[in-house]
Write a protein that binds this ligand. Structure first.
Ligand code: C2E
Ligand code: MG
Ligand code: MG
Length: 527
């Protein structure tokens, strides 16, 4: 009975064949014996006959055991295959969005690259959410995850059915699709930028999703997947430097730009030791008195082969490579040494990058530089841009409070180019707002920019802050910003940035002229 029960437990597939086999086997053995026993019924034959069922059962049992073992082995193999498959799938899937992760992307890209039919292209879009970190830090990871899930589902909707979709590096997505032409890729990228950038509503929050997209095409830009990825990544790098929702297609010049960036980064590492860098100073003028109120330190690099390099080119490279910490400390130290030689009422403005503030002990480093140069902290004004607060509000706030208690002042630089949020002015101890030069001397100046300067100046006077107009190039501009209520001005109209000895000379000249004015007109009040 047990044997028959066991037989029933053997899976259906295996069961039908062995059962017939067993019966056949038993019959084949038993039939001749039975025939012999029946024809000549002697004692031995009867014994033989009696042994037949035992033999049959024994044989069936042995065969069944073999089958069971075989069956178990098959089950085991199937289970381990399933496990391996699910582990592979897990290892290739992003748990938050269900899309492929980096490993999954690499695996899925293979079929795309190997048999690309003639005339077909692969478009690889690399997307980066511009303000995701802000959302994640500000509203929490759960909301962050929901944003990612929403973006993933929008991509699924907007992408062709057989497209490969992946997410990695927190807020980066990759989409690869087979398309007939570059035009089709451009249309798709535009559609996706538009779709992804629509604000998301989660738990009552309306979350804006700026996106940057870099695109590379196969076979146009690359014929192998790693190259295609590199090209899209480079295009993304350029897109990120542009406006929100910018789509950039890879171009050869990007490779050249990358090579130059690499060269500059390598050269920058030794530029300080080789004495190629210097600090220039641009005067900041009190618009009421026309006198120098202070200087802004601006770094200059005179490269032996490449000529003069602009900070706009090498500062971002220093920031990306982390070199800005060393460079920034050197700039603050050098500038403070020069400022210590100026009269006590002349201030020094120094630009700071985000990475400098985030570095451990940043505030202490600045105070140490001031102490070493014997410069009163109250004479230092650090210029920060808004992007700094967007990335990291908390650390920046702590850094500012630490230094403000020592008397260091802060200016909000390039106001009007970022989010122009009044929140930063409200929350942080700013002494000065610097209105970006695009409002003063840019191509789009006019009634509107004038009204903006006026509004900012009014805000400044209410909050007892200085408003600096940057980029003053003509007397008309000086008069306009003064009439609008700006208290300080800076620009080529007064002076370009000059070396330290020239700055000292400007101060001496000005003081002498001022003294002469007082001697000549003793009753006229000097400003
Ligand atoms: P910024 O802080 O807004 O500095 C003002 C920039 O405007 C300077 O360019 C200055 O030379 C330029 N400028 C001043 N007056 C005029 C004018 O009348 N017309 C025009 N067209 N331009 C004017 P620069 O020195 O090339 O610096 C560019 C940017 O690089 C600076 O903008 C600042 O963000 C950054 N930078 C410069 N030096 C440093 C530094 O030592 N550290 C850091 N972190 N950034 C720096
Ligand atoms: Mg500045
Ligand atoms: Mg500025």
């Amino acid at each position: 009975m047990r044997l028959l029960r066991d037989l029933d437990r053997v899976p259906a597939l295996c069961r039908s064949v062995p059962r017939r086999l067993l019966v056949a086997q038993a019959l084949l053995l038993a039939a001749p014996m039975l025939a012999v026993a029946l024809t000549a019924l002697g004692v031995p034959h009867v014994l033989l006959l009696a042994a037949i069922p035992v033999l049959v059962l024994g044989l069936a049992g042995a065969s069944l055991a073999v089958l069971r073992h075989f069956d178990e082995q098959q089950d085991l193999a199937r289970a381990s295959q399933d496990l391996a498959r699910s582990m592979r799938e897990q290892a290739q899937t992003d748990t938050v969005t269900g899309l492929a992760n980096r490993v999954g992307l690499e695996a899925a890209m293979e079929p795309f690259a190997t048999d690309l039919p003639l005339g077909e292209k692969v478009a690889l879009l690399w997307l980066d959410l511009r303000r995701f970190k802000e959302v994640n830090d500000g509203l929490g990871h759960q909301i962050g995850d929901k944003v990612l899930q929403e973006v993933a589902s929008r991509l699924r909707e907007a992408a062709p059915e057989d497209a490969v979709l992946a997410r990695f590096a927190s807020d980066e997505f990759v989409l690869a699709a087979r398309l007939p032409s570059l035009l089709a890729a451009q249309e798709m990228a535009g559609r996706i930028a538009e779709r992804v950038s629509q604000p998301v509503r989660i738990n009552g929050h309306r979350i804006g999703n700026g996106v940057s997209i870099g695109v590379a095409m196969m076979p146009d830009d690359a014929i192998a997947i790693p190259r295609l990825m590199q090209a899209a990544d480079l295009a993304l790098y350029h897109a990120k430097r542009g406006r929100a929702n910018e789509v950039r297609f890879f171009h050869d010049s990007m490779t050249r730009a990358l090579a130059r960036r690499k060269e500059i980064e390598a050269d920058l590492r030794t530029a300080i030791q080789r004495d190629e860098l210097s600090i220039f100073f641009q005067p900041i003028i009190d618009l009421a008195s026309g006198r120098i109120r202070g200087f802004e330190a601006l770094v200059r690099w005179f490269h032996p082969d490449k000529g003069e390099l602009l900070p706009a080119e090498f500062i971002p490279i220093a920031e990306e490579s982390g070199l800005i910490i060393t460079l920034g400390n050197w700039i603050t130290g050098k500038a403070a040494q020069a400022a210590a030689t100026w009269p006590d009422d002349i201030t020094l403005a120094v630009n700071l990058s985000a990475a400098q503030i985030k570095a451990p002990g940043a505030a202490l480093g600045i105070l140490a530089a001031l102490r070493e140069a014997r410069l009163n902290p109250a004479r230092l004004e650090l210029e920060l841009t808004e992007s700094l607060f967007i990335d990291d509000d908390e650390n920046t706030a702590a850094f500012m409070t630490d230094l403000a208690t020592e008397g260091v002042g802060f200016s909000l630089d390039d106001f009007g180019t970022g989010y122009s949020s009044l929140r930063y002015i409200h929350l942080h101890p700013f002494r000065t707002i610097k209105v970006d030069r695009s409002f003063v001397s840019g191509a789009n100046t006019g009634r509107r920019s004038d009204a903006i300067i006026r509004a900012v100046a009014e805000l400044g006077s209410t909050l007892d802050m200085h408003i600096v107009a940057e980029g003053l190039e003509t007397i008309e501009q000086v008069q306009a910003v003064k009439a609008a209520g700006c208290t300080l001005g800076q620009g080529y109209y007064f002076s370009r940035a000059v070396p330290d000895y020239m700055a000292a000379l400007l101060l001496t000249q000005e003081r002498e002229e001022h003294a002469q004015t007082i001697v000549a007109h003793p009753r006229r009040k000097a400003g």
